[in-house]
Design a protein around this ligand. Structure first.
Ligand code: BTN
Length: 260
């Protein structure tokens, strides 16, 4: 069960999350909200699921979700018609999540490009951002999955080497309601900044949390695979990778694997 008292007490956002819909079971919260984009006030809705039967990760992967102990939610952000914000919205979500988790625990999250949330070298959360059209309007459907209170024993065998939870890193349980409310507070603030003053401050915040810059990486699945050194994130959220002296490629999709 989701503790609405904690959530409502901590929610300061004026728009995001003002309508919380809690589902016992759904295929995917991203799919649920994508089907309702025409609904009045959809930008105020956050949908939280206790159980997802077809949770989706980036690049067509399955997202495993442990009921009760984890957090799975989605929201829809209306996008301006002509926009280069798509890449930065997802980075803003990563920054907001890292800051929210940092505030409820003793852990210091890092972000692996684009926004895998890493604790002590293992993944504890992921974000799936999908751009969807509804009539004339366009939305970013932002879905977040967080391993909150999983114990080491309950991490699925297939991902034990690469996955962790906030509880494991923190040493004690944390409130998933607090993470959601604090995430929404920060995300709303960053979305306002994007609208009023452009992408710079969000990208700068992102770069401080990113563990990818300066590292030798391999990019796979973006139509090709190559290695290089991640040198920067540009103002539209693209990762700049130096593949040879002076030969820089811009990456916006694909999978980042550390190779140093
Ligand atoms: C990833 O790291 O690959 C992204 C994982 C995103 C999972 C969340 S859980 C809530 C929302 N609903 C989904 O089906 N996926 C996202």
């Amino acid at each position: 069960m989701f503790n609405l008292n904690t959530y409502n007490r901590l929610l300061a956002a004026k728009r995001l999350g003002r309508e919380l819909i809690e589902l016992e079971e759904v295929d995917s919260t991203n799919t649920w909200i994508a089907k309702r984009l025409g609904r009045d006030g959809i930008e105020k809705v956050v949908v939280v699921a206790n159980r997802q039967t077809a949770g989706r990760g980036r690049r067509g992967r399955v997202w495993l979700h442990h009921p009760e102990l984890n957090l799975a939610f989605s929201l829809a952000i209306p996008m301006p018609k002509e926009t280069s914000l798509n890449g930065v919205i997802t980075l803003a979500a990563g920054v907001s999540l890292a800051e929210a988790i940092g505030e409820v625990s003793n852990v210091t999250p890092e972000l692996k490009y684009p926004n895998d949330l890493i604790l002590n070298g293992k993944k504890a959360a992921g974000i799936l951002t999908e751009i969807k059209k509804c009539g004339e309007k366009s939305f970013a459907v932002v879905g977040v999955g967080v391993n909150v209170n999983l114990s080491a024993e309950s991490i699925h065998e297939s991902v034990k080497e690469i996955a962790t939870s906030i509880r494991i890193a923190n040493g004690s349980e944390v409130s998933k309601e607090a993470i959601l409310a604090l995430f929404l507070n920060r995300f709303e603030d960053l979305l306002d900044r994007l609208e009023t003053s452009g992408t710079r401050s969000v990208v700068e915040k992102y770069k401080k949390l990113a563990n990818t810059l300066g590292r030798k990486i391999q990019i796979t699945g973006a139509g090709e695979s190559f290695t290089g050194v991640a040198i920067d994130v540009d103002m539209e959220g693209g990762l700049m990778v130096e593949v040879g002296p002076g030969d820089i490629r811009r990456v916006t999709s694909g999978e980042t694997i550390f190779s140093d």
